[in-house]
Design a protein around this ligand. Sequence first.
Ligand SMILES: [Zn+2]
Length: 252
Amino acid sequence: MIKELGLKKFQSDANGIYILSKIQIENIAEDFLKILAPKSLKNILPTPMGQIIWKLKKNYKLDFIFSKDLDQTDDGRKIFGEYRNKPPKIFLDKSFKIVERTGWKFIIAHEIGHYILHSNIKNRENIIKDTRDNLLKVNHQANKNEFDWIEWQANKFASALLLPKKTFLFSIDKLIASDIGYGYPHDYLFVDGQPCNLKTYWDIIAVLRSTFDLSEKIIRFRLIDLGKLKDERLYKKNTQDVLYNLMVKLFK
Ligand SMILES: [Zn+2]
């Protein structure tokens, strides 16, 4: 997969961690979808995680285990997901029921991000244990160590996989231009305390939720990340704080 995605062309640091920008991660996620679920780049539909998991199992010998209690880290934090390198395996804690539309898709997408981007890291344990803290690394600038850095990369990959930039932006623009947002004065979603703006906001979020089969929090996360949501109710907080708080709610 690493070869297919042409990752070797990217620079990496002394420990084999690729030095990647947000845009480069977007492009890697898009190339990944081209190989495993090309329809999701052309049609407006949820990223077919079941199909992706099945193909990764069958064609790339990446194993998935959903039935294990992943327990806690040594310092008492609950482990939600895990990536083991040798042989490659992804674990999802059994408390996440696949049928429920909670954070499971994000965790699996995050672990796939580790598989794609972090299989060749040197001088590290071959197991990445993901607690809530790891799934909250949304601020690139604040990342001070390699651990933060790889978690940030996996999170960027996950949101780009679940909500592909092209189809997601197309959907927003279409919704804003539709009857729901008729006469909308912005090319992004705007919300403040006014009832009419709140109504438009919730109507558009509801359509996006059902279109992409994801929770409101993941949709909001991606909207803010792509600069497509201005929430005046949060005007005092900066974007990274808003993203962080959303992820806290998602994995509480
Ligand atoms: Zn992680």
